[in-house]
Design a protein around this ligand. Structure first.
Ligand code: PLP
Length: 341
């Protein structure tokens, strides 16, 4: 099977397993796991933020990041297809009493005009006050799109002096870096808190990291424990994350090339299904209308796993465990299925 459902499906490599097996560990609830501490320092440094916190998942990092800025009864603004509103089981509302209002953009990008109209920093007794704005980069359901840096900087300027905080869901932030050559540090700079996933394109089995100011991260550490996310000898997992940061960042452009290759093969069969020029990173969304479910089933029968992300929309994601030959084969199989319905 060539598994293109998600970049979460990668297995730890031999080198990564060796790093995990030899990790120095301690009790992280006491702050005594040297490998966790090293990972947190490494990520804080790479993202240019003061401190960082290792978490079980990206959802947990987002829930913590938003909750340190938005008290119960406050709102967070985000794009309508954002992971925080579509794919975190309502956590921000269910656990933290935070409401959301959304703007819509086909690629999930920031709409500065909409944000300007929607934001109500200190609403007083009548309206809900905006506490934070969350941005996703790259945008998952937007098809792996990259947020233009100028817009992120303009967003920072827009909130400056209002008290409204900015959270970046950077589950695939390193893909944005690979696509643009702009460092994750520069992309992160406009944001108060940033989450990254180690278990997506970077290929670690488990883990995400939330970075931000030291006091906010200290508060997030308490809230992580409250959620049941205080862990003990987590250094075995942190070692995988450190290995991923050291060995799997530079290769991300290969996943992007594989995604473009698949898109080109499919577009050769039917260029209304996908525009290869629109494939910016490792995510491809095929717009196949009513035949979407059938395509997913037939692709599975032919050895390619894909997923549905909306009506008529089939998503493919390339990753560490898909090589060039497999990407080509998957593209050819999908092209054949689309050519002969
Ligand atoms: C995968 C992902 C997350 C985190 O997902 P978990 O499964 O909770 O680790 C967060 N944001 C985006 C955009 C994602 O794609």
């Amino acid at each position: 099977m060539i598994d293109l459902r998600s970049d979460t499906v990668t297995r730890p490599t031999a080198g990564m397993l060796a790093a995990m097996a030899s990790a120095e560990t301690g009790d992280d609830v006491y702050g005594e796991d040297p490998t966790v501490n090293a990972l947190e320092e490494q990520v804080a440094d790479v993202l240019g933020h003061e401190a960082a916190l290792f978490t079980v998942t990206g959802s947990m990092a987002n829930v913590l990041g938003v909750s340190v800025w938005a008290a119960p009864g406050k709102e967070v603004l985000c794009e309508a297809e954002a992971h925080i509103v579509r794919a975190e089981q309502g956590a921000h509302a269910a656990l933290n009493g935070v409401t959301t209002r959304t703007w819509s953009h086909p690629g999930g990008l920031v709409d500065l005009d909409a944000v300007g109209r929607m934001m109500v920093p200190d609403a007083g007794p009548y309206l809900v006050s905006t506490a934070a704005i969350a941005v996703e980069n790259t945008h998952n359901f937007g098809g792996g799109s990259v947020q233009p840096l100028a817009d992120l900087r303009a967003l920072r300027a827009l909130v400056s002096g209002t008290g409204v905080r900015l959270h970046l869901d950077g589950a695939r932030l390193f893909n944005a870096q690979a696509a643009t050559g702009v460092s994750v540090k520069e992309i992160s700079a406009p944001f108060d808190t940033v989450s990254i996933c180690l278990s997506k394109g970077l290929g670690a089995p488990v883990g995400s990291v939330l970075a931000g100011p030291a006091d906010a991260i200290a508060e997030a550490r308490l809230r992580r424990k409250r959620l049941g996310g205080g862990w003990r000898q987590a250094g075995v997992l942190a070692a995988a994350g450190r290995y991923a940061l050291d060995h799997h960042v530079e290769r991300l452009h290969e996943d992007h090339a594989h995604a473009r290759l698949i898109a080109e093969l499919v577009a050769d069969a039917d260029n209304a299904v996908v525009d290869p020029a629109g494939v910016e990173t490792n995510i491809i969304v095929l717009n196949v209308g009513e035949s979407a479910q059938r395509l997913v089933a037939e692709a599975r029968a032919a050895g390619v796993l894909t997923g549905m992300v909306g009506p008529g929309l089939v998503r493919l994601i390339t990753h560490l465990d898909v090589n060039t030959a497999q990407a080509r084969k998957a593209g050819e199989i999908l092209a054949d299925l689309i050519r002969t319905p």
